[in-house]
Design a protein around this ligand. Structure first.
Ligand code: GLU
Length: 471
């Protein structure tokens, strides 16, 4: 028998942004499809019309696109598929797998309370099961017939054998009295229509699976493989909270994390491959499998994300690094950053000293701003621009004007010569005032390299200006 094409799906509700937990689900579904040369389907579960707007959908898609999780089909939208759901309910009614129920909400509630008061557990008591209500029975819902001894089991690709007996589920509603489909019906009809072979989703949906299996059977469809992913928890071990934890993929993007780093970090939250820690999307696409997904909750350790980000910053080639930092630099300086001379060299020096692109931009800002617009850190000025620095800076500016070639090594020679000619003060006595003069702050990469990335005239101008400002 030819093996079936793997088809997975990601089925987000349009929440306006991509939650990191959902992003991990999407990543695993995507990677599984890629690994098996299958198809990755995107479906928007937008039946809650009030919360579903174009903008709320766009927010989710934007997050996926940024991560590089491209889908092959869709987006399908549940809001555009109500006829398919109506059809399925009609088929269930026609085959006798579902029936009309005229119990009112008040009646049901009263019976439920009575059952609970008597110490029982409520599932629908079957009152309308054999009533054979026809279409003209007045306001009614439609319920799926679930036999008490139905074994609604599945072999979960992550958790192993799981399941519930029909008695625990009862005859549940699939169509409301207003004619709209219930969520579980929509999901199953979609997954059947979209020929999904592997349903990979968050563990919070495990409670739906037994009933969904009853629906597959009633609709005469084969079951997909179910894989429930353990939830993500925060560093405290508690469920991630929107209030307490950074959970939006877009927020990480805006903070200057690389999408490659985000994917590698997400992959490691619950999946492993030997001792490896860093994975590109291509690697995930060839290595990912469900066998290596763990059963315990994935702990979102944000320090590890910083570490991943540094790994990927180190891997970018120079042009790419420039392209990625550029928008952050433009935001930080409020000016267009085309090709400031020295900028690329400075970014090389900053690669290992930066946590994020935003952080790198903040450390490169000094080179991009005009010489007379350099912001000076008042503390650094007070500490390092003391009167004894004045002649040192003036002498260095003169020496640098002559230095040949304009390299870190030759610049170091000029520093040494100025110190030797001025009573041999410690290197810090010269280097720190120069740092403040060039960058406005007391921290930068190595001083000779820092001087060398600036074009000579600008370095000399900044140092000479500092000498003049010191009283
Ligand atoms: N729409 C659901 C969610 O956003 C996913 C449902 C499913 O994967 O079956 O959590």
């Amino acid at each position: 028998m030819p093996s079936q094409t793997v088809r997975t799906r990601f089925a987000p509700s349009p929440t306006g942004f991509l939650h990191i937990g959902s992003a991990r689900t999407a990543l695993f579904s995507w990677a599984f499809a890629r690994r098996h040369r299958g198809v990755f389907v995107l479906r928007i579960e937008d039946t809650d019309r009030e919360r579903s707007t174009d903008a709320s959908e766009r927010g989710v898609l934007e997050g996926l696109e940024w991560l590089g999780l491209h889908w092959d089909e869709g987006p399908y939208r549940q809001s555009e598929r109500s006829e398919r759901y109506a059809d399925a309910v009609e088929r269930l009614l026609a085959s006798g797998r579902a029936y009309r129920c005229t119990c009112t909400a008040e009646d049901l509630e009263a019976r439920k309370q009575a059952t609970i008061a008597a110490g029982g557990k409520w599932t629908y008591d079957g009152r309308c099961r054999d009533a054979a209500h026809g279409p003209a029975c007045g306001p009614h819902t439609v319920r799926l017939r679930v036999e008490p001894d139905d074994a609604l089991r599945w072999d979960d690709a992550v958790f192993g054998p799981l399941g519930q007996a029909g008695a625990e589920i009862g005859d549940r509603i699939v169509r409301r009295s207003d004619g709209t489909a219930l969520y579980n019906l929509a999901v199953v009809v979609d997954d059947i229509d979209m020929r999904i072979t592997h349903v990979i989703r968050g563990d919070d949906h495990q409670i739906n699976t037994a009933f969904q299996i009853a629906l597959y059977r009633a609709l005469g469809a084969e079951l997909p493989v179910f894989a429930h992913l353990p939830l993500l928890v925060g560093e405290s071990g508690k469920k991630l909270s929107k209030r307490r934890d950074p959970v939006s993929v877009q927020q990480f993007r805006d903070d200057g994390y690389l999408p490659e780093a985000m994917c590698s970090w997400l992959a490691r939250l619950g999946w492993s491959h030997g001792d490896d820690e860093v994975f590109t999307l291509d690697e995930l696409a060839s290595l990912f499998d469900l066998d290596a997904v763990g059963r315990s909750a994935g702990q979102a350790n944000f320090g590890k994300l910083d570490w991943q980000n540094q790994q990927f910053l180190a891997r970018l080639d120079g042009e790419e690094l420039f392209a990625r930092v550029r928008p952050f630099l433009e935001a930080a300086t409020g000016r267009a950053v085309d090709d400031a001379p020295g900028l690329r060299a400075l970014l090389e020096l900053l690669r290992e000293r930066s946590r994020t692109l935003a952080d790198m931009a903040a450390q490169a800002r000094w080179l991009v701003v005009a010489d007379d617009q350099l912001e000076l850190d008042a503390k650094a000025v007070a500490k390092h621009w003391k009167p004894d620095a004045k002649p040192l800076l003036a002498a260095l500016a003169r020496a640098l004007a002559e230095v040949e070639p304009w390299t870190a090594a030759a610049i170091e020679g000029a520093f040494e010569a100025v110190r030797a000619a001025n009573g041999s003060p410690g290197m810090g006595k010269l280097a720190q005032p120069v740092r403040v003069a060039l960058t406005g702050s007391a921290a930068s990469p190595g001083i000779f390299e820092t001087v060398a990335v600036l074009p000579r005239e600008r370095a000399v101008a900044r140092i000479a200006a500092a000498a003049e400002r010191i009283a």
